[in-house]
Write a protein that binds this ligand. Sequence first.
Ligand code: 9WN
Length: 408
Amino acid sequence: MTDFRSACEAILRKNDRGAYTVPSPRLYPHQWAWDSAFAVIGWTHVDPKRALTELQTLMAGQWRDGRVPHIQFHLESADYFPGPDFWETASRTPRTSTITQPPVWATAARRLVEVAGPSPEIAALVPAFDASHRFFHAMRDPLGWGAVAIVHPWESGLDNCPAWDVPMARIDITNPPPFRRKDTEVVGDASMRPTEDDYKRYAVLVKEIAKDDFGAGNFAVYDPLMTAILARAETDLAWIAAQHDVASETRAGERATALEAALVENLWDDDVGRFVYYDVGSRERITADVIGCYVPLWCRGAVDADKRGRLLEGLRERYLTSAWPVPSTAPAEPTFDPRRYWRGPTWININWLLVDALGEELAKRTVELVRTSGFREYFHPETGEGLGGEDFMWTAALALDLVERGFG
Ligand code: 9WN
């Protein structure tokens, strides 16, 4: 296992750019928000000081309204589209994207504190974490539900998840802005990536958001994964604040309770026995059976024994039947595609989020998958074949965390 630990560490070091870690050297050559938070978890086990630096760099990119941009472009690169010019942020905050990502940074900071202990530097980050969470309440809740709506598929972290198909189909792509994508040049096999039409819609939305003064644009979908991750992050922020005797600086604990209640009230669907998405544009629920529907297991407060039982049953019947779970879309769904990005492949960060609920068996199988197929971006849920980008950082960082927790 020492060899495997060293291999995980080697990936972190290969992707290390000094004060931040890139997700994959050529495919994603900048700092991504949730990837960077997962890097913090990996660095925690290798070099806690470096983990702290990662967190500080991530939070230093925060906008005045609290948003943590999903990409910070520290260096030029010809390898990635869209770059800073396309996002049009020069007038506001140069060299960042305009949307955010699932807020796992306070959760990552908690892991660092659990392993390395409290520190004045972490205490100093509490106001930044707090503002980043309040941003969602202020700017990502168009119907005032107390839950989180995303405004771009990239904001969800699950870019081409089938949950976005219906609202994305309404985006007009007859006249998209000119662009040239780079991802298919780097990955080579286009069948693993989003389609051309997906990319046109992503590009149109980026421009709509810029036109809306970096507000919501014309796409909003309430997302159970995003809401659950924020609820858990609020709980973790309250814990961090208490550990550092600065509990009075944040109302994160109260917000966590309110988010969990809102999640159940607005996004639980008793007919299908899982959480669902909600399309603000059409005022309709989206019941695609995708992995985000089950991620509320990650914040226990939202899930009483009955719901927990139904979610676990759904996972057992429709997801854990794969040889290398957990597929990102239920294999029985008509949209399931085992090789295409978030429409079927198994992802290590999703497994990591579900390990608390699903336990040791999934944790061990996840480490085995990485040991067998390498540090790839995602994996075929039946054959285990590694797919997408190579030397993928969060695959290493989170596999290392599972090993450190005794699941090797
Ligand atoms: C757009 C970096 C990011 C991840 C996302 C993943 C993918 C970007 C892209 O890569 O998205 O943000 O260009 O495809 O979907 O979760 O953070 O690893």
